[in-house]
Write a protein that binds this ligand. Structure first.
Ligand code: FEO
Length: 394
């Protein structure tokens, strides 16, 4: 039984088995589905867990409350990693009231066919559990339209849904003050950028709405409970949702036989010689795109290079650019280069992506390489790296 504070218990689970979160994002350190039980005159469960983990979930709940009934189930977020056990929990506790907003209930009917036993809340509504009160605030699009947060006013505990969450299972300890959090910081950026990154403006709106609360604990649905690091976590989310970055450079490339890769090395060396220290390089076919997207959220500069393939752009680069375009990332600089064996298309295609979807500030002169680097294209790649470094360093 793991109490966080003031009769708030952790009843979540760890998933160390799933390879890809949402079928898309690698989980090298697993992920936790966090759920919390507030034990007062009334018993309130906040969110559930993915249905595959129902057995350890119900065991944890019974360890805390024994044969007591659950009076309320608050659903802050309907994505099935948190709502998946609603149906089974309702079977175990048929008298509980499900607390949510009108969008929650619309989704709950669609996903699970459940429409009865509900308690509707709106912005600012409160719910008494006896000695404490819960207050509800809507934070739409962080991460779905129905998303809300629940604030326990006496404990100062914010049940924040996906907001302030991160990848990584919990290895024993739950609260940041009990654990070494080093591994979680970059995973928070990867989680945010890939899962929530498109919704910078809604995250800003949510942060403004929550800024007046005296928060002692942030109990999100993934990763550690934040207590000692609340200021750092909120600042990180604020910075990422404003697309604020460091003057660093992500160079990513596709390559079939090494010619495009050699050009990427020339670009990187020139950027380094121009004084840029933070440079990361990725082969887009080898490194999962989620890590590249993470670093695009950390660094302002992006240079992409790829071969021409099937009279178009190398497939893996096409996919990456499509993923980046889906995030609506702002305040970035981009340069590019491409290669071909007999008919060049890659450079034009990358430009088309930027003109029509990415809208990053174009930096430097694109380089088009026929077959392999020669003296002219080598110098052009150097110029591209140098120009980007100068632009980033101001
Ligand atoms: Fe962890 Fe948007 O669900």
């Amino acid at each position: 039984m793991q109490e966080i504070t003031n009769n708030i218990y952790y009843v979540g689970v760890n998933d160390r088995n799933k390879a890809l979160f949402e079928g898309l994002w690698p989980l090298p350190n697993g992920v936790s589905y966090n759920s919390y039980l507030i034990v007062d005159e009334k018993v309130c469960l906040v969110d559930t867990v993915e249905v595959d983990f129902f057995v350890p979930f119900i065991e944890r709940i019974r360890e805390v409350i024994g044969d007591r009934q659950i009076d309320y189930l608050v659903i802050n977020h309907m994505e099935p990693d948190h709502s998946g056990s609603i149906g089974l929990i309702k079977k175990y506790y048929p008298g509980l009231k499900i607390v949510g907003n009108s969008k929650t209930f619309d989704m709950m009917k669609g996903f699970y066919g459940i429409a009865d036993g509900t308690h509707l809340v709106k912005e600012g509504d409160t719910l008494s559990l006896g000695s404490r009160e819960l207050r509800f605030a809507m934070i739409p699009m962080v991460h779905w339209p129905e998303t809300m947060v629940t604030f326990d006013t006496s404990a100062g505990a914010l049940f924040s849904g996906d907001a302030f969450g991160c990848f990584g299972a919990l290895n024993g300890g739950l609260v940041d003050s009990q654990i070494n959090c080093d591994e979680f910081w970059l995973e928070m950026v990867r989680y945010y950028s890939n899962i929530v990154g498109k919704y910078g403006t809604p995250v800003q709106n949510a942060l403004k709405k929550l800024s007046g609360l005296q928060i002692n604990y942030i109990c999100s649905t993934h990763g550690p409970v934040w207590h000692e690091n609340i200021d750092r976590v909120v600042k990180l989310y604020d910075r990422m949702s404003r697309y604020e970055t460091d003057p660093g450079l992500v160079i990513c490339y596709g390559t079939m036989y090494g010619n495009t890769e050699r050009a990427a090395e020339v670009v990187a060396a020139a950027a380094s010689r121009a004084g840029l220290k933070d440079i990361v390089m990725y082969n887009v076919s080898k490194t999962h795109h989620s890590y590249i997207i993470r670093d695009v959220f950390r660094y302002r500069g992006l240079i992409v290079g790829a071969p021409t393939y099937n009279a178009g752009l190398y497939h893996e680069m096409e996919v990456l650019l499509s993923e980046l375009a889906g995030k609506d990332i702002k305040n970035h600089c981009m340069g590019w280069f491409g290669s071909y064996a007999w008919a060049g298309k890659a450079v034009a295609k990358i430009k088309e992506w930027n003109d029509t979807r990415l809208h990053y500030e174009a930096v430097g002169t694109p380089v088009e390489i026929r077959q392999s680097l020669d003296a002219a294209t080598h110098a052009a790649c150097e110029a591209l790296g140098r120009d980007m470094a100068r632009r980033l360093l101001g």
